[in-house]
Unconditional design. Structure first.
Length: 309
């Protein structure tokens, strides 16, 4: 990839796409192509074909997707399957037809089998049943990875995939019903501080272990892979560091400046006890994240305050 290369970032308004576009600009890549969903509906094959024929991007980051929490995934099952299959099929096929030099597709750690051993190694994909609530999303995402592999096998396309861990940071979604754990905790502690609540209640025992990465670190890894990785097997992107939900809550409490207590409602379910990616392959290539969880949370809280203003 050269500074003048034409680079299409699909999904540039999203948390991941915006971080990738930011990282590319930071590194001196000046020719970035981007379209919002209202300008280009990526489910529309004819529109995607016209766009690729006209713009002729040389590199593609495929960070557009229909994304949501458990409730949305489980409620809009047809949309999660259809939209994601269409978006990735249209972009990957158009990239092949228009001789894109390289494409990076984004999977997600939630598409590994529900009962896969921990930490999650790349070879565990497709070795067991999926979590039923997000099965349609996972099937679509697995199809995206397989499309990249098949276009490589049959047509020699240099299409690669990456599998990020849980992300947080700029552009995150703070909806009460539909957000991931970090934005949900930030909102909870912030509101408790505003209302001078004596305690914040957290579901479960606080003992489950989770892994998180700041979105800008993920973007850095994606650009690194685009520059340096050319193999068929997708690459896990994680920090390799785990935190309990309890310690995470304590960090968020500190960063938001909330002075009350934390109570754990142990009558509520804990969810999976441990979820960690094995990122040994990425680390062996020489890439590591830079931001600690605490530093990342410190950067994120002001962004949350801006987002709710
Ligand atoms: N967030 C995480 O924790 C996480 C973790 C692992 C992997 N990932 C992966 O990273 C990718 C991006 O996730 P994200 O968190 O950045 O999601 P996001 O914030 O919801 O962004 C997704 C973007 O996709 C675009 N999009 C959706 N449907 C579209 C359509 N029909 N046509 C054109 N554009 C469309 C949207 O564009 P507009 O805004 O213009 O409508 C949106 O900005 C996904 O593949 C996801 O699986 C995310």
């Amino acid at each position: 990839m050269e500074s003048k290369s034409k680079i299409y970032v699909a999904g540039h308004n999203g948390m991941v796409g915006s971080a990738i576009a930011r990282k590319l600009r930071e590194q001196g890549f000046g020719h970035i192509i981007q379209r919002s969903s209202s300008e280009l509906d990526l489910r529309n094959q004819a529109a995607v074909n016209d766009f690729f024929a006209k713009e002729k991007p040389e590199y593609v980051f495929l960070a557009a997707a229909k994304v949501g929490g458990i409730v949305a995934n489980n409620t809009y099952r047809a949309e999660f399957l259809y939209d994601n299959l269409m978006i990735e099929s249209n972009i990957i096929h158009a990239s092949y037809r228009n001789e894109v030099k390289k494409l990076l597709f984004l999977g997600s750690s939630c598409i590994y089998p529900k009962m896969a051993p921990q930490p999650l190694k790349e070879e565990y994909l497709l070795t067991g049943l999926l979590e039923s609530t997000n099965e349609p999303y996972a099937v679509a995402k697995i199809a995206g990875i397989k499309l990249c592999e098949a276009y490589r096998d049959q047509y020699g396309c240099n299409f690669i995939s990456a599998m990020p861990t849980n992300l947080y940071g700029p552009g995150d979604n703070y909806h009460l019903q539909n957000s991931h754990v970090i934005p949900a905790l930030i909102r909870k502690f912030h509101e408790a501080k505003q209302h001078k609540a004596s305690f914040v209640e957290i579901w479960g025992t606080g003992s489950p272990l989770r892994e998180f990465m700041y979105a800008d670190d993920l973007a850095d890894a994606c650009v690194f892979l685009m520059k340096n990785y050319n193999d068929k097997l997708f690459v896990n992107i994680g920090t390799g560091e785990e935190v309990t939900i309890k310690d995470l809550a304590l960090l968020v409490k500190e960063v938001t400046g909330y002075g009350g207590d934390i109570q754990f409602d142990t009558t509520k379910p804990d969810g999976t006890p441990r979820k960690l990616m094995d990122s040994a392959r990425l680390h062996a290539m020489g890439w590591k994240h830079t931001l600690s969880l605490k530093e990342g949370l410190k950067k994120t809280y002001p962004l949350f305050l801006e987002a709710i203003r």
